[in-house]
Design a protein around this ligand. Structure first.
Ligand code: MN
Length: 246
């Protein structure tokens, strides 16, 4: 999936304009009763949907096991989507904004949108960057950008892995492109991400994000977060990551 297609999936869509097989939130449709003028004010209600995975739940095993994938996508990610839609309902601050615009303007008082909008964005990116045929090293422009920003791939990998290991509690590790065009590694707590310009310490465009919440690995790895991080590198689709360079 190219960047534009990813953004299309992750972005706000008018209710019913995209039908995805695993959608769990199809209840925000206008009633269809056009004689009720009050409904007109709700026709622009944003509705996000759970994107389908591009591979089977067991396709990433043994790096990520099938049960973790099924629960993570079908319960956790679906829950973020459902709660995001609920938090956006009748919320004038974010009306008409796409997901990236929402994240760019979300603040400390917007708890539901912050946690669940971040959760939806982060997981959509997470799935889209993984492939059963992933692994290896980046090539082309991404390899050049990593070499130019970190020195070499192994230095980047160590920095990213350390960021992931040292998140205290739940959060994410990131490879981002900054406003100056250079790549950098960062981490965020909970479901925050580097697009949240009012909240993130390091702001940028996420290219790669690794979920280090225990729900992402505990069934298979228990407390061994470091093993999960090491094996995650076996399923990264570097071509997909590189497509986000812009
Ligand atoms: Mn997660």
């Amino acid at each position: 999936m190219e960047k534009r297609e990813f953004l299309k999936v992750a972005s706000v869509v008018a209710a019913g304009s995209i039908i995805l097989p695993l959608s769990s939130c199809t209840n925000n449709q206008p009633s269809g009763d056009d004689t009720d003028s009050k409904k007109e004010t709700t026709q622009s209600t944003q509705s996000f949907e759970l994107p389908a995975l591009a591979f089977a739940f067991d396709a990433l095993a043994p790096n990520i096991d099938a049960m973790t994938m099924e629960i993570h996508h079908g319960k956790h990610h679906a829950g973020y989507v459902r709660k995001l839609n609920a938090a956006l309902k009748d919320n004038a601050k974010f009306a008409g904004k796409n997901l990236e615009e929402i994240l760019a303007t979300v603040g400390e008082d917007d708890t539901g949108v912050r946690n669940n909008g971040g959760g939806h964005y982060n997981h959509t990116l997470f799935w889209d960057n993984m492939s059963p045929t992933g692994g290896g090293k980046p090539s082309g422009d991404l390899a050049n950008a990593i070499d130019g920003s970190f020195g070499d791939f192994d230095t980047f990998k160590n920095q990213f892995s350390t960021a992931a290991k040292t998140v205290f509690g739940s959060g994410w590790a990131w490879l981002c492109k900054g406003a100056d065009g250079k790549l950098f590694v960062s981490s965020t707590p909970n479901q925050d991400n580097p697009l949240m310009s009012n909240l993130a310490e390091a702001k940028g465009t996420p290219l790669l994000g690794l979920d280090v919440w225990e729900h992402a690995y505990y069934l298979n790895y228990q407390n061994k977060r470091g093993d999960y991080i090491a094996n995650y590198f076996n399923v990264i689709d570097w071509n997909k990551v590189g497509s986000r360079l812009g």
